[in-house]
Design a protein around this ligand. Structure first.
Ligand SMILES: Cc1cc2nc3c(=O)[nH]c(=O)nc-3n(C[C@H](O)[C@H](O)[C@H](O)COP(=O)(O)OP(=O)(O)OC[C@H]3O[C@@H](n4cnc5c(N)ncnc54)[C@H](O)[C@@H]3O)c2cc1C
Length: 479
């Protein structure tokens, strides 16, 4: 609980209108997309925050954290609430700290090629501001119209341009963070330092457990002079994979690369290969976007086509990729319409996480094909259908969509969870990582000791040193 005097102090810090105590806000701030899409929105055992606060400045955040430290109140930083792992779930109750009022673009510096922004800035808003100066953000996830700078740093999110520009963590040059004792720390926003280990990476992918990010200085890029779309069809996943590997080995850098194997709905005849648990024949397509200065784009396309043709690929033109590119943010606009700024009673109920799972793992490139076959076996043994295999942005970043046809609509999700557990632990056992894009949250926290090994104690010691009262998003990352 939060004491009446603490609530009064909160109201004096942010103003009474920015301390939210109504039922709908409490429910909304207790869930991200993982919970909103799932049954958790109707599950009475889902933990809830006591209140949400909306600070407008770093000073206000620092005052809130100091109060929470003194009163031992858990704080859960809250960005766009688009997380897909339940990383905002208030496992011990507490207060959601919504950063979205801190959405100012503080400075864009075209010479330094940097932007300094407040942590609650929505990515799309930042990109609009940058575009006005001929610049753009290197990070472009599906969730760009809702996700915030602080949230995407805290999950080390991956987007459509990651093959060329890297993950959200790669964009960060410097951070301002309110530490769990209320002190404000700023790291130096330079591309390189040799003055001891850099501290800002500690907060990348940290899900708010080490402090609240209030500002970030990010790399920005020139709007591309040229952009070309290509789609290559391969006879099978293996050929596509070998082409991708060769492209990366020789240093080709498309902005987007997505090698996807999925059912070919244009063909109706069932596969007669009983070793493949698919209902329809599959198609393997590589979606490619190249952008940059004109000569570079032209040269990259020419060499890519050569590599792909040598691996039995066929250029089927720009249209499929252009369509893919043009609709890439649609799911986020639908999410926005359904769940953002809408009373909880009007949210649609979905049962997605019980019938569909979408693990994203990182695997050493040399083991990707073997791993895919193992996933196929796990799916068949679990009576699940594979709807897609994909390599997104790098040959090592592998995802699979699994669907429990038998339980669609009313299942418990038990066999899906079991299969996902097998798939992600297998990735760890094969020298990879259990997740490359969405973070840990409540979904994968139980596997953190397995993921980090002896590193788990290092992490616990850092947490104890920075946050001895365990007020910052307690329980996340299994801390
Ligand atoms: C339709 C849809 C499409 C998506 N597409 C992608 C995609 O393409 N790529 C991808 O990577 N993910 C995607 N996601 C997942 C999600 O958008 C990302 O995980 C995103 O990084 C979360 O950002 P957010 O601002 O919504 O953070 P939130 O969900 O609000 O929070 C995520 C975590 O960050 C912490 N946090 C938030 N702000 C701060 C802060 N200022 N300081 C410290 N900690 C903080 C929270 O406590 C929580 O632990 C998608 C989700 C949806 C719903």
């Amino acid at each position: 609980m939060v004491s009446p005097s603490a609530l009064e102090t909160l109201k004096s810090i942010v103003g009474p209108e920015d301390v939210l105590l109504d039922e709908s806000s409490i429910e909304a701030y207790s869930l991200d997309a993982f919970g909103r899409w799932g049954s958790r929105q109707t599950d009475p055992s889902t933990p809830r925050v006591y209140a949400a606060v909306r600070p407008s400045s770093t000073i206000e955040v620092a005052q809130i954290v100091k109060l929470a430290y003194e009163e031992r109140i858990p704080l859960i930083p809250y960005g766009g609430g688009t997380g897909l792992t339940g990383a905002v779930t208030p496992l011990q109750g507490g207060i959601a700290v919504d950063l979205k009022k801190m959405g100012r673009v503080v400075e864009v510096n075209p010479q330094d090629m940097t932007a300094t922004v407040e942590a609650g800035t929505v990515l799309a808003d930042l990109n609009t501001a940058l575009n006005q100066q001929g610049l753009m953000l290197g990070h472009d996830p599906y969730s760009v119209p809702i996700a915030t700078v602080g949230g995407t740093i805290s999950t080390n999110s991956v987007g459509y341009r990651a093959a060329k520009y890297g993950s959200m963590g790669d964009q960060v040059l410097g951070l301002e963070v309110v530490l769990p004792n209320g002190e404000v720390m700023q790291t130096r926003a330079v591309p390189k330092t040799s003055a001891g280990p850099s501290l800002h990476p500690l907060f990348i992918g940290a899900e708010g457990v080490f402090g609240i990010i209030t500002r970030a200085t990010l790399r920005v890029f020139r709007l591309p002079e040229s952009r070309l779309f290509k789609t290559i069809a391969f006879p099978n996943f293996e050929d596509g994979f070998h082409a991708m590997l060769e492209m990366f080995s020789i240093g080709l850098k498309p902005a987007l690369i997505d090698l996807t194997e999925e059912p070919d709905t244009s063909k109706s005849s069932a596969s007669d290969d009983s070793s493949i648990p698919y209902k329809t024949p599959y198609k393997t397509w590589m979606y490619l976007v190249f952008e940059g200065y004109a000569e570079e784009v032209k040269a990259q396309v020419a060499r890519t086509l050569k590599v792909c043709v040598a691996s039995s690929g066929e250029d089927i033109g720009p249209v499929p990729t252009q369509e893919y590119w043009d609709t890439r943010h649609d799911s986020a606009y639908r999410y926005k319409e359904n769940y953002i700024d809408k009373p909880v009673r009007d949210w649609p109920l979905r049962d997605w996480p019980r019938t569909t799972a979408y693990p994203h793992v990182a695997i050493p490139a040399s083991r990707v094909l073997e791993y895919r076959l193992c996933c196929q076996e796990i799916a068949a043994m679990s009576h699940l259908e594979v709807r897609e295999y994909a390599l997104w942005t790098q040959p090592e970043l592998f995802s699979v969509i699994l669907v429990d046809i038998g339980l669609e609509g009313d299942g418990t999700g038990g066999r899906l969870d079991k299969a996902v557990n097998e798939i992600v632990t297998l990735a760890q056992d094969m020298g990879g990582s259990m997740e490359y894009v969405h973070g840990v949250g409540v979904k994968l926290a139980h596997l953190m000791p397995r993921e980090l090994g002896a590193g788990m104690d290092v992490m616990r010691n850092i947490k104890a040193a920075l946050d001895p009262r365990n007020i910052m998003n307690p329980g996340k990352l299994r801390l």
